[in-house]
Design a protein around this ligand. Structure first.
Ligand SMILES: *Cc1c(COP(=O)(O)O)cnc(C)c1O
Length: 460
């Protein structure tokens, strides 16, 4: 057991937020009231909340100081220029267009260049990029290399695009039907796995060959750059900033949710070089988000993001962040809890169908695990499996389930300490020992889209 190092927090705690104790009985009542759906549980009734790493970061003293220096002028607030400088120094593109979060950036970019019947390839689309493409009646295509779907393939860059498949696809579909290619770093929907610089270069070359714009979905670019430094030999001696700059040098632009690697609770942006496209985006921006120097954000939010972007590249911070994920994953793995490997940048994924082999896919083992984890220990995790992605597309309209049935333990940035993670590991290990007692569920009410948010279930 000695080989799992405790990740020492590279910060001291200056402000605290209490975690309230909740009894098992209270949790039982709340589960019933919520229809056994952890999205319906009030956050104050959660002991450790690993629902998402999005917008849940703890800001630094410097970011909070920046909040106080917000310039709330309608146009040309100084904080916009700070953000512009910060983004340019990392991404290197001339236009910086703020938005209130990542999906707004996607909507504006796709709304400006994607037409009905087009296809947009990506390694694996995140839900919001997929939805923003499909709403335009275009197709979102996943082109990740096969290892992305194999939870046991211990490879360093399971986020990589299958460049040969991409090339074939472009030849078949036709260049004129592909307005852009995207690359998600790290690959969130594929277990938070990184993409190598070699693969970024390859993908960029394919796009350049056909003259197709190449954009990053850059939410976790800093975590991706850190993995490149650690795992791709040629980059071991480069700084994470230099690696990020090189990543973006192969692209035409990026959309970004600041709620991830920019360490803010709200914010996002689009950055690119193309003047004509930037003008189109800004024209759309004014209709839905606001004037181009604030894009739906307050001046103080722009300042927090300008500072957070730089902090997100701090190597002590990134070392700790990835070590936290590896620590939790390592404790579970060592105790025989089935987990997706290798561990990615922002979360540990439990293989729920292996954890609960007595529960059939039709009775949602991943969902059952999230219910048990909350009921017994007050921990909130999210199912990424049959309830989230099941589709009634079988021959007799029966449900077809996604390849992987997982539960994601997302780790908020700078929020929990090693002892919190230890508690999570101990809880899961205990639950694993008593797994026979966990029961499957059936859905009693659901909505036609994104049903996991509101579905009502009952235990079998
Ligand atoms: C979170 C996320 C988005 C969307 O960003 P929001 O700020 O939640 O709108 C897009 N892509 C990826 C990969 C993400 O993780």
């Amino acid at each position: 057991m000695a080989d799992i190092k405790v990740p020492v927090e590279p910060f001291r705690i200056k402000v605290v937020e209490p975690i309230r104790q909740v009894t098992r009985r209270e949790r039982e009542t709340l589960l019933k009231q919520s229809g056994f759906n952890i999205f319906g549980i009030p956050a104050e009734k959660v002991t450790i909340d690993l629902l998402t790493d999005s917008g849940t970061s703890a800001m630094s003293d410097d970011q909070w100081a920046g909040i106080m220096s917000g310039d709330e002028s309608y146009a040309g607030a100084r904080n916009f220029f700070h953000l512009e400088e910060s983004v340019r120094s990392i991404f290197g593109f001339s236009h910086v267009i703020p938005t209130h979060q990542g999906r707004a950036a996607e909507r504006l970019l796709f709304g400006s260049i994607v037409k009905k019947g087009d296809s947009v390839p990506n390694n694996i689309h995140f839900d919001t990029t997929r939805a923003n493409i499909e709403i335009l009646e275009a197709r979102a295509e996943n082109m990740a290399a096969a290892a992305a779907y194999d939870p046991d393939a211990n490879q360093p860059f399971k986020g990589d695009m299958d460049a040969a498949k991409l090339k074939k696809f472009i030849d078949k579909r036709g260049v004129e039907r592909i307005p852009l290619v995207m690359m998600t770093v790290t690959n969130n929907s594929g277990g938070g796995q990184p993409v190598s610089l070699k693969n970024i270069k390859e993908t960029s070359e394919v796009c350049a060959h056909y003259g197709i714009p190449f954009f990053f979905d850059a939410c976790r670019f800093a975590e991706n750059a850190f993995f490149i430094k650690k795992r791709e030999k040629a980059y071991a001696k480069k700084s994470v900033l230099e690696i990020a700059q090189e990543m973006f040098s192969y692209a035409d632009g990026a959309t970004m949710s600041g709620k991830k690697d920019a360490l803010v609770n709200i914010g996002g942006f689009i950055t690119l070089d193309d003047d004509a496209l930037a003008e189109k985006i800004k024209n759309l921006l004014i209709i839905s988000e606001g004037f181009p120097t604030y894009g739906g954000l307050a001046g103080r939010d722009l300042e927090a993001m300008a500072r957070g972007l730089k902090e997100g590249l701090d190597e002590d911070y990134l070392e700790h962040r990835t070590a936290q994920v590896a620590y939790l994953g390592g404790l579970l793995d060592q105790a025989g809890v089935p987990v997706f490997k290798p561990f990615g940048g922002h979360a540990v994924y439990i293989l729920a169908d292996r954890f609960l082999p007595h529960i059939r896919r039709a009775q949602y083992p991943g969902w059952a695990l999230t219910v048990a984890l909350y009921r017994e220990f007050g921990i909130r995790a999210v199912e990424i499996g049959g309830v989230m992605f099941g589709q009634k597309t079988g021959k007799g309209k029966e449900e077809v389930y996604p390849e992987l049935e997982m539960v994601r333990l997302a780790i908020p940035r700078r929020v929990y300490t090693a002892s919190h993670l230890r508690y999570v590991a101990d809880s899961l290990i205990e639950l694993h020992k008593n797994r026979d007692k966990v029961r499957g569920l059936r859905i009693v009410r659901e909505s036609p889209f994104l049903r996991h948010f509101t579905a009502q279930l009952e235990e079998i």
